[in-house]
Design a protein around this ligand. Structure first.
Ligand code: ATP
Length: 352
């Protein structure tokens, strides 16, 4: 299948395992984010794809061709690093044309391509400016244009937006995503910012502290159907309730049997599991109520942010967080009894 394949990749630095057991297929033309906590191996995996590191074992294939031993400069990939690595003594135009000049392109072709790229990244007429005369966002755009100059087969970005302030970062996320969609270029972005990954990606690869891939899927799949407890906890806010599997579709949490729709395959009755349920899937009723999947408790805190209302309930030793919109705000007050209702379909059971 067209795209990039990573087969049984492992990378060690001495005794440190930076990446292990990685098997991925990245389809052509998609925007993919490598997401995970610091040190989980995202950058190493990107550098392995770029050819800037060699795997200890495993193979890298592009369009079914083994490129593991191909040097980085022959791969024709565009890269943008966090540091941007622009040449400060060169103009914008000379920065963008740099890789074209190395490839001995004619001066007139270089000028035409620079103008085209400046148009693309919304900096028309900036060719003669010096890098020191640009804002953070403009430098970002120059780095992107420079990486795209060679019409790369893959576009690789390592946390390129992390130095920008929040507003500019959000603008650049959208801009970059729209640019990628326009060009249809396969793009991989390393980030530890889940919001960034959720906003930009067709597919997210979630890596864990064990330096392995835990899940690959669309942002919605990963959010709604996390593969394990690590993913459920790392992506968004999740209520994680420790429980024990019953014989039918039930999980006992703190002595209370909760109905669920699906149990993970291979999990036997009596096994310890976690239920993951998103705050927006939980309803809160004022007062104490009995019923299926009703957990009674007391309101510990109400956080009203204007656009959403979060209710923190103490339920016999564990905490439940629910989230609703101001319009569907339950009539509860701090310190009063309340009941959390957990719809069975929203309870995702995960092995521990
Ligand atoms: P961050 O988000 O902090 O950049 P990351 O997920 O990108 O982290 P990597 O930079 O890939 O993680 O590092 C993975 C592991 O490999 C870490 O334990 C790191 O210390 C180690 N590592 C990375 N590069 C080297 C190197 N050149 N020599 C030794 N260890 C390294």
């Amino acid at each position: 299948m067209a795209g990039l394949d990573l087969k049984d990749i492992q990378k060690r630095f001495g005794s440190v395992i930076a990446v292990q057991n990685v098997n991925l297929h990245i389809p052509h033309g998609r925007f993919v984010c490598f997401l995970g906590p610091s040190g989980c191996g995202k950058t190493t995996l990107l550098r392995l794809i770029a050819g800037l590191e060699q795997p200890t074992s495993g193979r890298v294939l592009l369009e079914d061709r083994d490129i593991t031993d191909q040097p980085a400069h022959q791969r024709n990939f565009g890269m943008v690093f966090q540091s941007l690595a622009l040449f400060p003594h060169l103009t914008v135009g000379a920065n963008i044309a740099y890789s074209l000049r190395i490839r001995k392109k004619a001066a007139a072709d270089c000028r035409r391509r620079v103008d085209e790229l400046l148009e693309l990244v919304r900096l028309p007429g900036y060719a003669e400016r010096h890098i020191s005369q640009l804002s953070g966002g403009q430098r970002q755009r120059v780095a992107i244009a420079r990486a795209l100059a060679i019409e790369p087969r893959l576009f690789l970005l390592d946390e390129p937006l992390s130095a920008l302030d929040a507003k500019l970062r959000e603008d650049m996320q959208l801009e970059l995503r729209m640019l990628q969609q326009r060009l249809g270029i396969t793009t991989i972005l390393v980030t530890h910012d889940q919001r960034e990954a959720m906003t930009m990606s067709d597919l997210i690869v979630v890596m864990g502290t064990d330096n392995q891939v835990h899940q690959m899927g669309s942002p919605l799949e990963i959010y709604r159907h996390p593969a394990d407890t690590f993913v459920a906890d790392f992506i968004g806010t999740s209520n994680l309730l420790k429980g024990v599997c019953g014989s039918s579709r039930q999980v006992t949490v703190s002595g209370k049997a909760l109905s669920v729709e699906v149990l993970p395959s291979g999990v036997a009755a009596g096994s310890e599991v976690n239920i993951s349920i998103r705050p927006e899937d939980i309803f809160v009723l004022a007062g104490a109520h009995e019923g299926e999947n009703h957990l009674q408790g007391r309101v510990a805190f109400v956080r009203d942010t204007g656009s959403s209302v979060e209710i923190y309930l103490d339920c016999n030793g564990f905490q439940i967080i629910s989230q609703s919109t101001p319009k569907s705000r339950p009539a509860v007050r701090q310190g009063e009894p309340a009941t959390a209702v957990l719809p069975p379909a929203a309870c995702v059971v995960l092995s521990t």
